[in-house]
Write a protein that binds this ligand. Structure first.
Ligand code: FMN
Length: 198
């Protein structure tokens, strides 16, 4: 049975905001079940509608489902710390951004930023669909670039574990205590009027 976490026990908003933002978090407990393509592609659909400079849409996604021939290779990209829990994911996604504009071939200043917006769209949709969506930077970036034969103008940004929610008690012992939604800096710590002053 998947463990239910009451988000409001851990997260309090300072101002009115849609629940969608507060309810998204990054669990690690997953069940090991597969997901249908419809569920997976709902995530990419959400990502597709992100805004980007010149509408360049620099985000690219390459995925491996756990029942596919690509799974072992993608799982092998991950650092040990992430392998310890991501073995129950239904899919692993590599997020890549195109560093140049389609229309003139010149470098984009915001390709990573734009792709970050797409990732968050994906994560919010996954949360809404009751999936675990967990971003990762703990993997071998060079290995991914090489093994996926990425052309020079593409940059590996992150990986994502996607899965059905699982039981916290089935996580490795040392991860069980961390399996709660995290807090945030206060508004005062991140916002200033007119002057930088941080
Ligand atoms: C780009 C990125 C990389 C991350 N890398 C890892 C990672 O390698 N391993 C991990 O367990 N969590 C990773 N996380 C999850 C963050 O630790 C998590 O998002 C953060 O603590 C905030 O918690 P929340 O997502 O539950 O709100 C990553 C998140 C992002 C956005």
């Amino acid at each position: 049975m998947a463990t239910k976490v009451r988000i409001s026990d851990y997260r309090v908003n300072q101002y009115e905001v849609s629940r969608i933002f507060i309810d998204r978090w990054s669990p690690r407990a997953m069940s090991g079940e597969e997901i249908a393509d419809e569920e997976l592609f709902s995530l990419f659909e959400a990502a597709r509608w992100a805004p980007s400079a010149f509408n360049n849409q620099p985000w690219r996604f390459v995925y491996a489902k756990r029942d596919s021939e690509y799974w072992d290779q993608f799982f092998g990209f991950l650092a040990e710390g992430n392998q310890a829990w991501a073995d129950k994911a239904a899919a692993l996604i590599v997020v890549i951004s195109k560093t140049t504009f389609d229309y003139n071939g010149k470098p984009s200043k915001t390709h990573t930023f734009d792709t970050g917006a797409a990732w968050e769209n994906l994560a919010l949709q996954g949360s809404k669909n009751d999936l675990v969506i967990h971003g990762m930077q703990g993997f071998d970036y060079d290995k991914v670039k090489e093994e996926l034969s990425l052309p020079e103008e593409y940059k590996v940004e992150m990986m994502i574990a996607v899965g059905k929610p699982g039981n916290i008690k089935e996580l490795p012992d040392k991860l069980q205590g961390n399996e709660v939604p995290s807090g945030r800096k206060t508004i005062k710590e991140i916002v200033r009027e007119g002057e930088f002053g941080f």
